[in-house]
Design a binder for this molecule. Structure first.
Ligand SMILES: [Zn+2]
Length: 99
């Protein structure tokens, strides 16, 4: 799952770890110290995800540039891939639905 738990950074302990997609890779990056987690294929990962996400293109300091897609992850995965393929840094926010 995409950071369903509150992930904390292993390096600095910061609680805000961003889930990111860029150039076909999914990875996490600490918003404080910028330590990156291991990258995995976004395309492969997105097949296994469910639920809603909001995908936002962000800048170097995680400022919002534009909302790329919002909705069921399987339906927006392609739009996310496309934007990430253009070199945009896409931050994913999972919209938790009560289960
Ligand atoms: Zn950190």
């Amino acid at each position: 799952m995409v950071e369903r738990e509150e992930a904390s950074c292993e390096s600095c302990g910061d609680l805000v770890v961003a889930a990111l997609v860029q150039h076909g890779s999914y990875f996490t990056r600490c918003t404080a110290c910028r330590e990156e987690g291991p990258a995995t294929s976004w395309l492969a990962l997105s097949q296994h995800l469910s639920g809603k996400v909001k995908a936002v293109a962000v800048g170097a300091v995680f400022e919002t540039l534009e909302v790329v897609a919002q909705g069921e992850v399987r339906q927006v995965a392609h739009a996310i891939s496309q934007a990430a393929g253009e070199g945009k840094l896409i931050r994913l926010f999972q919209e938790l639905t009560g289960v």
